[in-house]
Design a protein around this ligand. Structure first.
Ligand code: FES
Length: 379
């Protein structure tokens, strides 16, 4: 093939390890390692991350979004992932200038990857209503400590079970999961569904929460203690990772949470039930949840109460509070029943080929078929 050289400029412009250039409107990245130049396509083969904003690690350009690496001269993926490649080009130096041969482009590639199970279509499987409890209290599992929020959550789930729901509890403290690493703040498109941490780290156990929220539950009841006026730190650690769900609405117009109900149990020694509930309503509303009437219950001893040794006994024996937890579960389940019934009613009916056809259009199509038959017969 005939060579197609383009002048990238004087080599003194390429002293940095990575330099972004544009050729024919295309973004490329020139690398310089000890005076040896290379050039590859500037867009990562994973999700299009800007390789020029990454860094040079040996002979590999590391993408700043999720760390995929490409050989700076051949474009091949890092050892073990060679087929996950980006395009590379030949370079020449002539008269102190760097020239790229655009005709030498190598193929970009993607090794076959099994799709992550979380990315499957979201279909509510038939079966009873499903209620997921998430307890966000952070306790040492080795010690038999009593959690007021978790105790009320357990009570709520027993109530939901008595109403015919299948119930499951996730105690966040039992899961080992990484904190959000701020992909969204690099670029909205860098925050992916399923979460790139979950996809790339088999030890990350937040998958269980994603499965529960997106694919399994009809109702979420989340319980949190109040810590310094806010929800528990574990809640926030989870919430930041759930950006992978919310961000799909923003970047892909895709609502992963549909027809689901959320409600909350908030307990604390001192105060701020209203602030925590406000944050919960805001956050889970942004994810796409519906709320029952009176969507949370709260309990706190008040600002001046320092007799926390009485708090456990209070929660254990306060019938009003305990009935409130049960009623919250019942309200949530009832709303979910209504939503699921409506969804069922709105499900398109299979009319065996007649769906969407008005009588007039049906008659018209029949006429066309008849005309065709008649025409075919006259020739
Ligand atoms: S590693 Fe480059 S976009 Fe994900």
């Amino acid at each position: 093939m005939e060579k197609d050289f383009k002048d990238l400029g004087p080599i003194c412009d390429f002293f940095a390890p990575l330099t972004r250039v544009k050729v024919d409107g295309r973004s490329l990245v020139v690398t310089n390692r000890d005076g040896e130049f290379g050039v590859i396509d500037g867009a990562c083969s994973h999700l299009g991350g800007p390789l020029a904003d990454g860094r040079l690690v040996g002979d590999y350009v590391e993408c700043p979004w999720h760390g995929w690496k490409y050989h700076r001269c051949t474009g091949a993926g890092e050892p073990g992932y060679e087929l996950d490649a980006t395009a590379a080009f030949s370079l020449e130096v002539a008269a102190g200038r760097l020239l790229i041969d655009m005709s030498s482009e190598t193929a970009r590639g993607r090794a076959p990857h099994e799709p992550d199970p979380l990315s499957r279509p979201i279909v509510r499987e038939p079966g009873p209503m499903r209620v997921l409890g998430i307890s966000t209290t952070n306790m040492n599992a080795e010690l038999s400590r009593f959690s007021t929020s978790e105790n009320l959550l357990d009570l709520a789930l027993v109530e939901a079970g008595s109403l015919g729901a299948e119930c499951k509890t996730i105690r966040l403290r039992d899961l080992k999961f990484r904190a959000c690493e701020g992909y969204y703040s690099k670029s909205a498109r860098a925050c992916s569904w399923p979460c790139s941490i979950t996809q790339s780290d088999p030890e990350d156990e937040l998958r269980e929460v994603y499965e529960g929220l997106v694919h399994w539950a009809d109702v979420l009841i989340l319980a949190t203690p109040i810590r310094w006026g806010n929800a528990s730190s574990l809640f926030y650690k989870m919430a930041e990772r759930l950006n992978a769900i919310q961000n799909q609405v923003t970047i892909a117009d895709r609502t992963l949470i549909r027809n689901k109900v959320a409600s909350f149990i908030i307990t604390g020694g001192q105060d701020n039930v209203q602030q925590v509930s406000g944050q919960m309503l805001n956050f889970f509303g942004e994810l796409g949840f519906h709320f029952p009437q009176f969507p949370f219950i709260g309990h706190s001893r008040g600002w001046s109460a320092e007799d926390m040794e009485h708090n456990i006994a209070y929660v254990k024996h306060n019938h009003v509070l305990r009935e409130a937890a049960q009623d919250l579960a019942a309200r949530s389940v009832r709303l979910s029943e209504q939503i699921l019934k409506r969804v069922e009613e709105e499900r398109p009916v299979n009319l065996h080929g007649r769906k969407g056809r008005s009588t007039a259009s049906y008659m018209e199509s029949q006429r066309e078929e008849t005309d065709f038959d008649e025409g075919a017969g006259t020739k």
